[in-house]
Design a protein around this ligand. Structure first.
Ligand SMILES: NC(=O)c1ccc[n+]([C@@H]2O[C@H](COP(=O)([O-])OP(=O)(O)OC[C@H]3O[C@@H](n4cnc5c(N)ncnc54)[C@H](O)[C@@H]3O)[C@@H](O)[C@H]2O)c1
Length: 257
C-alpha cells in the first residue's frame, strides 16, 4: 500500500527459524531488529553474512542488511510486532519435559519494552498453554497494561501463537508459501496476528485459539515422527526379506483398495 507506515518488527532468536523469518519480513519492507543473546550471531548478521546453512538465505540477508531493513542486536528495542523464535529443547531431567525457559526469558525481555497497540507472536514449538504462560508472565511484569483474556475491556496488547512448519533446505519457500494456523489468546489477537502474516505469507492462514494452534504443531511433529519411524521399520523388514523397499512403497501408495 502506497504511503502506508510499515510496522517495526523485532524477531527474538536468530536461528534456523528466526533468521529466515526476519529476512522475509524485511524483504516485505518492514524494518526488522533481530535480537539474539549470542554476540557472534549478531556480528555476523550485521556484516550481511549468515551463521547457518540454508539455501538462498545468504543473498537475502545480505540484501536486506544492505538496504537497512534488517539489523541485529543483543539489546531489545521498542517495536510494534514481536516474533519469538527461541529454542524449546527437552529439559535435562531424563523425562523429556519441555524446557520453555528460553521462551519465558524472551517474553521477559519483550515485557520491558511492550506498549499499547503491540502484538507478540510465539513461533517456537511449545507445549499447550505456553502462550498463556507467556501472557501471565508479561502481565505480572507490566501491571500498567491490559492483557488479553485478563480484562473485560479491550486489551492494550495482542498475543498469539503461530507455529512454523518448514523443511530445512526449503525454508524460504516454505515460510512464504505454506499454509499456517494462527492461534490468538482471543479472536481479536488472532485477527491482529493474521493481518501481520498477510504481509509476507502467500499460503492460507487459518485463525484459531492459541491452545489449538500449539496442539496442532505437536500433532504435526508426532505424525511426521511416526511416519519416519514406520518407513525405517519397513526398510529393515524389506531388507531382511530381500525386497526393494522403494518398489513396495511405490506399489502400496499407488494401489488403494
Ligand atoms: N529448525 C527447524 O527446522 C524448526 C522447524 C519448526 C519449528 N522449529 C522450532 O522453532 C524454534 C527455534 O528453533 P531453531 O531451529 O530456530 O533454533 P536455533 O537453535 O537454530 O536458534 C535459536 C536462537 O535463539 C537464540 N536465543 C536463545 N535464547 C534467546 C533469548 N532469550 N533471546 C534472544 N535470543 C535467544 C540462540 O542464541 C539462537 O541463535 C524451536 O522451538 C524449534 O522447535 C524449528
Amino acid at each position: 500500500m502506497q504511503g502506508e507506515v510499515k510496522p517495526q518488527v523485532c524477531v527474538v532468536g536468530l536461528g534456523y527459524i528466526g533468521l529466515p523469518t526476519a529476512a522475509i519480513i524485511a524483504r516485505a519492507g518492514c524494518p526488522v531488529l533481530g535480537l539474539d543473546v549470542t554476540q557472534h550471531v549478531v556480528d555476523t548478521i550485521n556484516r550481511g553474512e549468515i551463521h547457518i546453512e540454508e539455501v538462498d538465505l545468504d543473498g537475502l540477508v545480505h540484501g536486506v542488511v544492505q538496504r537497512g531493513l534488517l539489523r541485529a542486536s543483543t539489546q531489545i528495542e521498542p517495536a510494534d510486532v514481536f516474533v519469538i523464535a527461541v529454542p524449546t529443547p527437552f529439559a535435562k531431567d531424563g523425562h523429556h519435559t519441555p524446557d520453555i525457559s528460553y521462551v519465558l526469558a524472551a517474553a521477559t525481555e519483550v515485557a520491558g519494552v511492550i506498549k499499547p497497540g503491540d502484538t507478540v507472536i510465539l513461533e517456537s514449538t511449545s507445549p499447550v498453554g505456553t502462550t498463556e504462560q507467556m501472557r501471565d508472565l508479561m502481565a505480572g511484569l507490566r501491571p500498567d497494561l491490559k492483557f488479553p483474556g485478563k480484562t473485560k475491556e479491550t486489551p492494550d496488547v495482542s498475543i498469539a501463537y503461530c507455529p512454523e512448519r518448514v523443511l530445512p533446505g526449503r525454508i524460504l519457500e516454505e515460510l512464504t508459501n505454506n499454509d499456517r494456523s494462527i492461534g490468538g489468546i482471543t479472536p481479536r489477537c488472532a485477527r491482529k496476528a493474521l493481518a501481520f502474516y498477510k504481509r509476507f505469507v502467500r499460503g492460507t492462514c487459518v485463525t484459531t485459539d492459541a491452545r489449538s494452534a500449539e496442539m496442532t504443531k505437536l500433532v504435526e511433529n508426532a505424525y511426521r515422527d511416526v511416519n519416519i519411524a514406520f518407513a525405517n521399520e519397513l526398510s529393515i523388514v524389506a531388507d531382511r526379506m530381500g525386497l526393494d523397499v522403494w518398489e513396495v512403497i511405490k506399489l502400496a501408495t499407488a494401489i488403494r483398495a
